[in-house]
Design a protein around this ligand. Structure first.
Ligand SMILES: Cc1cc2nc3c(=O)[nH]c(=O)nc-3n(C[C@H](O)[C@H](O)[C@H](O)COP(=O)(O)OP(=O)(O)OC[C@H]3O[C@@H](n4cnc5c(N)ncnc54)[C@H](O)[C@@H]3O)c2cc1C
Length: 381
């Protein structure tokens, strides 16, 4: 059995690995000229953790995970408001969960699968057709490929989805925020290792995060519901120009950053993730957004469950797709709901609302509350 996978991000590489383990041959098509890497620190847990364990990549992911010893909430001028220590951060994460740079998840999956798949970089999908027996894909280099299955793992702005399901506008729910993330070429001397600093004020959030191996990631996330039209990285200077602390350092670092992730925060809501032998996976199918803090975990866990469904159903691809979707959809929808709830309280414009939304965080560093949180995780686990 053979699958063509569009996109070599976390979902695409996890699918290539899991399908290889299920005895499938895979071809991965990636539009970027090389692996993209980068991104911000993400929480990895839930079905992603379970899936990574079954796929055998958990030890390497854990090895690259990083620990935050202190998370400091600051005022726009940099003055400390309050902080969470390592024990409190660990309590809010639970045991089967860790933080890791998004690009490191991609790197671990790539290293695990590189010898078992072909990855064609600098290439994209331009057309697709299918019949009862196979799917036929035309690529941007003019070649045509045939397979038993086409997996669209090409992210939020999926070309596979546009070709097989229809235009992005029909499926994209704009959560009215934008995000810019990048690794700084010159990490600031003032951010101690294993710490994160964060500022939230006037509908804008900034964070600087130490993400392991001496690397530092800068994060800007801000509301666009006030009617910001065209998206341009230039707007960061205008929007964040009044902030102090490490904001000027981060804005300077924007000029030299190798790769900047800059996008709207949007969910993808598709009634059915597959049509015939074409299936969507990861952000292309169900983007939950960073508000849910679960995109990478769902991508890996979703790929694992997908491979397991193919193993169960043998050559009956449509049955495997239906079975997999029935199993995974409730989890994806639950996280989408969470993402929409978090959107309402993320980066509030009103200072009073900010104080209220951060109150639980302030309280969480108090011993009895922290123990309650830990107990909650034990019960949930
Ligand atoms: C560079 C980058 C940085 C990111 N940083 C963060 C972050 O800091 N925080 C966060 O919460 N989320 C981030 N994300 C999103 C996060 O990775 C995803 O939510 C999650 O990992 C699910 O991944 P995915 O594989 O479904 O989609 P993605 O991670 O978006 O991967 C999609 C892949 O498909 C490729 N692709 C796109 N279009 C085509 C096409 N037409 N043809 C072929 N290939 C195509 C892309 O280049 C990419 O490699 C980032 C994504 C990228 C690409």
């Amino acid at each position: 059995m053979r699958a063509i996978i569009i996109g070599a991000g976390i979902a695409g590489l996890a699918a290539a690995l899991r399908l290889h383990q299920a005895g499938w041959e895979t071809l991965v098509i990636e539009r970027a000229p090389q692996r993209r890497g980068g991104g911000y620190g993400v929480t990895f847990g839930g079905i992603g953790y379970d899936g990574a364990e079954r796929m055998g990549v958990l030890p390497e992911l854990r090895r690259r995970a990083f620990v935050t010893r202190e998370l400091v909430y600051r005022k726009p001028d940099g003055a400390r408001r309050f902080s969470l220590d390592a024990a409190t951060i660990a309590a809010t994460m639970g045991k089967r969960s860790f933080t890791i740079l998004r690009g490191d998840i991609e790197a671990v999956l790539y290293e695990a699968v590189a010898d078992h798949t072909t990855i064609r970089f600098g290439t994209t999908i331009t057309a697709v057709e299918q019949d009862a027996d196979a799917v036929h894909v035309t690529l941007s280099d003019g070649s045509t490929e045939h397979a038993d299955l086409l997996i669209g793992a090409d992210g939020l702005h999926s070309a596979t989805r546009a070709l097989a399901f229809g235009p992005e506008e029909d499926y994209r729910l704009d959560l009215e925020h934008r995000v810019a993330v990048y690794i700084l070429k010159e990490p600031p001397a003032d951010l101690p290792a294993q710490t994160t600093g964060s500022i939230s004020a006037g509908g804008r959030t900034f964070a600087m995060m130490s993400v392991g191996d001496g690397r530092t990631a800068a994060f800007f996330g801000y509301r666009t519901d006030g009617g910001r039209a065209g998206a341009s990285l230039e707007e960061l200077h205008e929007l964040y120009g009044d902030m102090g602390w490490l904001v000027p350092h981060a804005l300077e670092g924007l000029k030299t950053a190798d790769s900047v992730y800059f996008d709207s925060i949007s969910q993808i809501v598709v009634d059915r993730w597959s049509t015939g032998r074409i299936v969507l996976l990861g952000d292309a199918a169900w983007c939950v957004t960073l508000f849910a803090g679960y995109g990478s975990s769902l991508a890996v866990g979703g790929a694992d469950q997908f491979g397991a469904a193919l193993e169960r159903h043998g050559h009956d691809v449509p049955a495997a797709l239906a079975n997999w979707e029935a199993e995974l959809r409730p989890e994806a929808e639950k996280k989408q709901k969470l993402g929409r709830r978090v959107k309402e309280v993320y980066a509030p414009r009103n200072p009073l609302v900010l104080e209220l939304t951060q109150l639980p965080l302030r309280l969480s560093s108090w011993g009895p509350v922290r123990r309650l949180i830990e107990r909650g995780f034990q019960l949930a686990g």
